[in-house]
Design a protein around this ligand. Structure first.
Ligand SMILES: Nc1ncnc2c1ncn2[C@@H]1O[C@H](COP(=O)(O)OP(=O)(O)OP(=O)(O)O)[C@@H](O)[C@H]1O
Ligand code: SF4
Ligand SMILES: [Mg+2]
Length: 371
């Protein structure tokens, strides 16, 4: 079974002309967002408590019902922090998150929990949400118990239905997590959230810890559930090829901000931001021919510290196209193609404007062919 063929991506239903902030899917253009984020900021105290780590520093977007919203970026760029905030696990230090139009701040704890339940997260580590002392059946029942409103018999019947829906045999219900494979545990994690009738699931590197041979099967399960229940996904991953395949739109994250956001096809085939172009060209695994960059763009150095990000454009210390202006002024977040936003002074509808790309061509590493 070839997962690339069987994964019926929602992207295939995407339309090119989506409106900024809504999904690429035609039916979603008018739908009210499942989640809308405005100027989100999340800061942590540094280890010594003397500085502030600006993990997320002003991002805005909205996810429509049934949309898959991909989030990519290097390690430390703030992907998980955004995901945890969407699932209500981290309070924003700035900005607003609206869940189906509602700002949950100021609600009673009980109301907040009732609302938040429908915005779930599945983690990279299949063990993260499973108690090793519980049987699989107990793990499946636990979220329903917390939610309340079902009898023990109803909970058991629902758990067994979801076990089956997630592609697991009934006999696994009496086992403990250590008796299951990573892929089976990830299926249990998915089955656990189904009774909560999720509107959005944050998928944080959900297949990264799994054997390559079963990744496609788990992605297929996510895609099937999306078609069946209209669940929206915030799909976080390092693996550009997977994000490109499953997402309707992709946001490219760098040092706590979005550099680019647009329809998946446009972002991967005609990237507007130099960072996106560099990520695409550095992809170590073979990308489909149409996504391969003609030459490698070397990203020098590490991602800077979010305690003290560079002035102006925060990508400038690693950008092969950086110019004087880039240090002085932060680029505006502009919509340069329909539904396609970018934060770069020199990005136009056809990519970088000529003088920037000409200046940079001498600095571009043409040595490594990553095909
Ligand atoms: N609880 C915390 N306390 C302090 N700093 C944190 C905390 N959580 C995250 N950070 C910092 O915030 C930044 C963003 O982290 P985050 O985990 O969101 O990145 P990421 O993009 O998910 O990275 P990865 O791809 O490695 O998972 C990093 O610099 C990280 O060290
Ligand atoms: S604004 Fe300047 S430094 Fe930033 S991405 Fe554009 S060219 Fe590079
Ligand atoms: Mg992460």
């Amino acid at each position: 079974m070839n997962p690339r063929e069987t994964l019926t991506s929602p992207r295939s239903e995407a339309s090119a002309g989506n409106v900024a902030g809504t999904a690429a899917r035609p039916e979603a253009e008018t739908a009210a967002p499942v989640i809308s984020v405005e100027d989100l900021a999340i800061a942590f105290p540094s280890l010594d408590g003397r500085e502030t780590v600006k993990a997320v520093d002003g991002v805005s977007f909205a996810i429509a019902p049934g949309e898959t919203f991909g989030i990519i970026g290097e390690s430390g760029s703030g992907k998980t922090t955004i995901g945890r905030a969407l699932a209500g696990l981290l309070p924003p230090t700035g900005g607003t998150i609206r869940y189906d139009g509602e700002d949950l701040r100021g609600m009673s704890r009980r109301d907040w929990r009732d609302r938040r339940r429908r915005y779930q997260i599945v983690f990279q580590d299949p063990n993260a949400a499973l108690d090793p002392r519980m049987t699989i059946l107990q793990s499946l029942i636990e979220p329903m118990k917390i939610a309340g409103g079902r009898s023990p018999e109803e909970m058991k019947a629902e758990a067994m239905r979801n076990l089956d829906r997630a592609g697991l045999r009934a006999e696994l219900a009496d086992r403990h997590p250590h008796e299951l494979s990573g892929g089976q545990k990830q299926r249990v994690n998915i089955a656990r959230v189904l009774p909560l009738n999720p509107r959005l699931i944050v998928c944080d590197e959900v297949v990264a810890a799994l054997d390559v041979s079963i990744r496609g099967e788990i992605l297929n399960l996510f895609a099937e559930l999306q078609r069946e229940f209209g669940i929206a996904y915030a799909f976080i991953a390092h693996d550009l090829a997977i994000v490109a395949q499953v997402s309707d739109r992709i946001a490219v994250t760098y040092l706590g901000r979005f550099m680019e956001l647009g329809p998946a096809e446009a972002v991967t085939e005609r990237p507007l931001h130099p960072y996106t172009a560099a990520l695409l060209s550095a992809e170590p695994r073979p990308l489909p021919a149409h996504l391969r960059a003609p030459r490698r763009i070397e990203l020098k150095g590490e991602i800077p510290s979010p305690v003290n990000p560079p002035s102006g454009c925060r990508f400038r210390t690693r950008c092969p196209h950086a110019q004087g202006l880039c240090a002085q002024q932060a680029p505006e977040w502009r919509e340069v193609r329909p539904g396609h936003h970018v934060a770069c002074h020199f990005a136009g509808p056809d990519g970088l404007v000529e003088h920037a790309s000409q200046q940079s061509s001498a600095k571009t590493d043409t040595g490594g062919d990553h095909r």
